[in-house]
Design a protein around this ligand. Structure first.
Ligand SMILES: [Zn+2]
Length: 90
């Protein structure tokens, strides 16, 4: 069984401050991030949520599952980059 890391030791994936939220990466997220767990602060999570939602709207739900997994993974990758850029710009 995988032990969930202590959030007190975790840093935000995007801006590096103390993380306030942690979760297991989904299969497509792990593919994009190369990490089992994902930690973030509230500010970055909020930005991520908004951007990812917008990005998802461009993905057709009618395409094959395999293809969708790749598109989702790409969406995570692109959104992560944007969030990191925004987090470090302020
Ligand atoms: Zn952050």
């Amino acid at each position: 069984m995988i032990r969930f890391p202590d959030i007190r030791d975790a840093k935000c994936y995007y801006c590096g401050v103390q993380a306030s939220s942690g979760s297991m990466n989904q299969e497509w997220e792990q593919k994009a991030r190369g990490e089992r767990f994902h930690f973030a602060c509230l500010k970055c999570l909020e930005i991520y949520g908004q951007l990812f939602q917008q990005r998802l709207e461009g993905i057709s739900s009618t395409c094959p599952a395999q293809e969708q997994m790749q598109l989702m993974s790409l969406a995570v990758q692109e959104t992560d980059m944007k969030v990191r850029a925004m987090a470090n710009a302020t």
